[in-house]
Design a protein around this ligand. Sequence first.
Ligand code: PBG
Length: 324
Amino acid sequence: MWFPEYRPRRLRRMENLRRLVRETRLSPDLFIYPLFVRSGRGLRQAVPSMPGVFQWSRDTLVQEVKEVQGLGIPAVILFGLPEKKDETGSEAYASHGVVQEAVRTIKDACPDLVVITDVCLCEYTSHGHCGVLHGQEVDNDPTLGVLARIAVSHAQAGADMVAPSDMMDGRVGAIRESLDEEGFHHTAIMAYSAKYCSAFYGPFREAADSAPQFGDRRSYQMDPPNAREALREIQLDIEEGADIVMVKPALAYLDIIRRVKEEFDWPVAAYNVSGEYAMIKAAAANGWLDERRAMLEVLTAIHRAGADQIITYFAKDAARLLAS
Ligand code: PBG
């Protein structure tokens, strides 16, 4: 009769042993919580495809960010729903636009909370694309100046970090240059560097009212089968001045997170996107999954793959569980 010499089960016998040898530990320190802000008063409008996620007006936002801070979450990322959209997305850089005002409100209420702003045009343009149009095409270079202007307006309102999510070529460099020219040397850039053209953004487009009115985003967001290309995108963004690079979505791209982590000595964020959240919520609502376990397993996997920061709609729920 043969016996195994080494028995891995020895270290799995009891919870405290498992805790002792655990290789990946989740903490609220990792989390960035997304918030949708809109104009109006007294609003806390549910997003049907994302149970637990709401659109906030400035007044109700204060309570929410205090709760986020109280849970030990260090950062939020803001998305805005403007009052009106136009062809060029001009409300995106209005000094009293919805995001700019929300930044001021949050910084007044919670000065220590890190406020990150999403820099993009799709929520603000009538056509729903992430840049300026030339015919039916998104025109790269004229978009760069607009993105830089948005970023500066966010920095002027007090944003600590700006996060371009448009996938135009050269936007990180353009934003860095404009921020520096305007004296915002300290404003950091978290670049959505490897952002794929994904089916998992569906619920977000409902939350942010940002679905393209014609066509799709394939000419600017990355093609899902590509990995080497992601490394080139990351390299370019680091060269152009990104302080944090991001891979998005997270779950179908854990291999990309891992490769980026191994190839670059740079902070890597991952975006656990709306569709990844909605899948778990929907399955749990049907009784098909244990929501808490699935949530923690997914967040742990993203961290294990190499993500240093995780943008996630689960941040509050996970922080509560980790504290208990
Ligand atoms: C804006 C933007 C999107 C997301 C973040 N910023 C949508 C898109 O590119 O269509 C998606 C986030 C999510 O799905 O949670 N460009």
